[in-house]
Ligand binder design. Structure first.
Ligand SMILES: [Zn+2]
Ligand SMILES: [Zn+2]
Length: 133
């Protein structure tokens, strides 16, 4: 299947899918919606599927989304999905790749650091992430 079921809608924004992506649990969301869900959770953990609560370690953009790479909005979203997949995917890409994805993570970490309730453990978590994973 290269797209969400017809007549279905995104269960996050309750509208028609906009640039849909399928999670590894097989649920479809707008790419932006599911990235927003992750944005509201801990930066160093994969977000949980809002429908089945399974951790999302892979997001696969629909074929029609992938074909619109020349569209600036789409290519930005696709890049964020690729970074997400590399950070949370099960196969390790090695340290070089992880360093390349750091700007993506740092933007998230910065936002968490602005949130005083989360700032202290985050420094430790960032170290653990770089050292262990
Ligand atoms: Zn949506
Ligand atoms: Zn799911």
């Amino acid at each position: 299947m290269d797209g969400p079921p017809e007549n279905d809608f995104c269960s996050i924004c309750h509208a028609n899918f906009h640039l849909p992506s399928q999670a590894n649990c097989s649920h479809w969301y707008c790419s932006n919606c599911i990235l927003q869900v992750w944005n509201h959770g801990p930066a160093l953990q994969p977000c949980k599927c809002p429908l089945c609560r399974r951790p999302i370690t892979l997001l696969i953009p629909s074929e029609s989304t992938s074909r619109q790479l020349d569209n600036a909005e789409v290519s930005e979203i696709l890049q964020r999905i690729q970074s997400y997949n590399r950070v949370f995917g099960e196969r390790s890409e090695g340290l070089v790749q992880r360093v390349q994805d750091l700007p993506f993570l740092l933007r998230r970490l910065l936002r968490d650091i602005m949130d005083p309730q989360r700032s202290i453990p985050l420094v430790i978590r960032a170290r653990v992430y770089l050292a262990v994973k």
